[in-house]
Design a protein around this ligand. Structure first.
Ligand SMILES: [Zn+2]
Length: 412
C-alpha cells in the first residue's frame, strides 16, 4: 500500500505540479525579458540600484584620500573647474570624478587600444567611436576643458540630467549622456562601486557647494523638444517613434536602391545595416547627399567599413548615418552644426567597404558615439522614410533593391 501511494504521489508531481511550475517559470521569464528589453531601448526610464549611503567601502587606501597624490590634485582641479564653468553641484562633481576613476583610474594618459579610447573619461579617439578626443593634450587641465566644452554643446543632455540630481542620479546622467552607457547596463557601469566611491570622494575632497546649472537657450528647460540636444529628446529615442513621417530622402533626382535592409537583398544575402542609394544622372561633384530631417551633426569620422561618414541626430531623437563619402572635406558640415531637412551635408562615394559609389543610409535609436555598422539599436530605414518607393518595401518592412526611382517625383 505504501509503495503504491508513493508511486501515485510521484506520478502526480510529474504530471500535474511540474507542468504548472514550468508554466509559471516561463511566464516570469517572458515578463523579465519584456521588462529588460524595454529598459534598454529607451534612455529615459531607470531604477537606481539600491545601495546604502555611507556604507564602508574597500577604499581605505584610495589615492583621493592622499592630498599629495596626483589623483587627489587632478580631482581637486577638475572639481573646482567643473563647478565654476558649468554650475555642477558637489554631488554632480563627485559622480563625474567617480566615473573618471572607473574609466581610467583618473589618469589623463590612460589609453585602451581595444576600444580605441583615451583619457580620464575614455573618449573615442578614432575609427571605432568617432574622434571626440581630437588633439587634446594628455593632461587633466586639457581634458577637463574638453569635457566642459562638450557639456556645453554636444553633450548638453548630460547637464540637463545633472541639474538637481543626487549622487546616484548624477552617475546615471553622466553614464547615459556622456559615456553612452544605458542605465540598464549596470554590470559595465559598476554602479554600486561607483556610488560608494563618489560618496567617499565627496567627503575626502571636502566638496560642499550647491549646483547652479543654467543650460540657457537649449530649449530643454522650456519644454520645447523640437530642436535641442537635451534629455527630453533622448527620452523620445525609442523604436515606436519610427512612424514613417520623415519626408526627406538622402539623394535627389533619379536613383536606384542598390542595397536593402536587413540584408543586401532584403530577406536574403549578407547582412546590411542600412539602405544604399545611388543616383543615376547626378555623378561626381553633383552626387550630393542630403539630410533626411532637421537635426544636429553629432559625429564626423572615418571607419574602415563605413568610410568617411557623418551622423545627424534628428529632431525626433533618431540618429541618421550617411556613409562612404569620398573624403572628410566632402562632408560639408561640422559637429555641432544644426541642419535642415534637404540640406546638402555630404557626397556619395566608395570609401570603406563599398563596391560602388553610393550613400549608405542607416538609422540608430541610441548611442550616437558608438555608431558602427552593426551596432545595437539599428533601426529599419523602411519604417522611417515616408518617400521610400512602395516597390522596395516588402512584408515585415523588409527593404529590397529596386529602381529607377525619381526622388523629386516622390517629394511631398
Ligand atoms: Zn550600405
Amino acid at each position: 500500500m505504501d509503495g503504491l501511494l508513493k508511486k501515485w504521489m510521484i506520478w502526480k508531481i510529474l504530471g500535474v505540479v511540474l507542468p504548472i511550475l514550468m508554466g509559471l517559470l516561463m511566464c516570469i521569464m517572458v515578463i523579465m525579458a519584456i521588462v529588460s528589453n524595454s529598459a534598454s531601448s529607451c534612455f529615459s526610464e531607470n531604477t537606481p540600484p539600491s545601495v546604502q549611503e555611507g556604507s564602508k567601502g574597500s577604499n581605505q587606501n584610495a589615492p583621493w584620500r592622499d592630498q599629495n597624490s596626483d589623483v587627489y590634485k587632478g580631482m581637486k582641479y577638475a572639481a573646482t573647474k567643473l563647478h565654476s564653468d558649468t554650475g555642477m553641484s558637489a554631488d554632480n562633481v563627485a559622480a563625474a570624478l567617480a566615473v573618471g576613476w572607473r574609466e581610467s583610474r583618473f589618469d589623463p594618459t590612460a589609453y585602451n587600444p581595444g576600444g580605441d579610447v583615451i583619457g580620464i573619461w575614455q573618449w573615442g579617439k578614432g575609427i571605432i567611436n568617432g574622434n571626440r578626443y581630437g588633439d587634446t593634450e594628455p593632461t587633466v587641465e586639457a581634458q577637463v576643458a574638453l569635457a566642459i566644452r562638450e557639456l556645453k554643446s554636444t553633450h548638453i543632455a548630460t547637464l540637463s540630467g545633472l541639474k538637481g540630481a543626487d549622487i546616484m542620479n548624477s552617475i546615471i546622467a553622466w553614464d547615459t549622456h556622456f559615456e553612452g552607457l544605458p542605465p540598464s547596463d549596470s554590470a559595465q557601469r559598476k554602479s554600486e562601486e561607483v556610488y560608494q566611491n563618489a560618496v567617499d570622494i565627496k567627503k575626502a575632497l571636502g566638496l560642499d557647494f550647491e549646483g547652479k546649472i543654467d543650460i540657457g537657450n537649449s530649449m530643454v528647460d522650456k519644454g520645447d523638444t523640437s530642436n535641442n540636444l537635451g534629455a527630453a529628446e533622448d527620452a523620445m529615442s525609442c523604436k515606436n517613434n519610427l512612424n514613417g513621417t520623415t519626408s526627406g530622402l538622402p539623394v535627389a533626382g533619379k536613383y536606384n536602391v542598390t542595397g536593402g535592409y536587413p540584408n543586401y537583398q532584403g530577406a536574403g544575402g549578407s547582412g546590411h545595416g542600412g539602405v544604399d542609394f545611388q543616383t543615376v544622372d547626378l555623378k561626381g561633384d553633383a552626387a550630393n547627399v542630403y539630410s533626411v530631417s532637421d537635426g544636429v551633426v553629432v559625429v564626423k569620422s572615418f571607419h574602415p567599413i563605413s568610410g568617411n561618414f557623418v551622423v545627424v541626430k534628428n529632431v525626433d531623437g533618431v540618429y541618421a548615418y550617411y556613409g562612404h563619402a569620398p573624403t572628410q572635406e566632402t562632408i560639408v558640415v561640422e559637429v555641432g552644426d544644426r541642419v535642415k531637412i534637404g540640406q546638402h551635408i555630404s557626397k556619395q562615394g566608395e570609401t570603406g567597404a563599398a563596391t560602388g559609389i553610393h550613400v549608405h543610409f542607416a538609422l540608430n535609436s541610441r548611442n550616437n558615439y558608438a555608431f558602427s555598422p552593426n551596432s545595437s539599436g539599428l533601426e529599419n530605414p523602411g519604417k522611417y522614410l515616408k518617400n521610400l518607393p512602395k516597390e522596395v518595401i516588402k512584408p515585415n518592412d523588409i527593404v529590397v533593391p529596386g529602381g529607377v526611382f525619381d526622388a523629386n517625383a516622390n517629394a511631398s
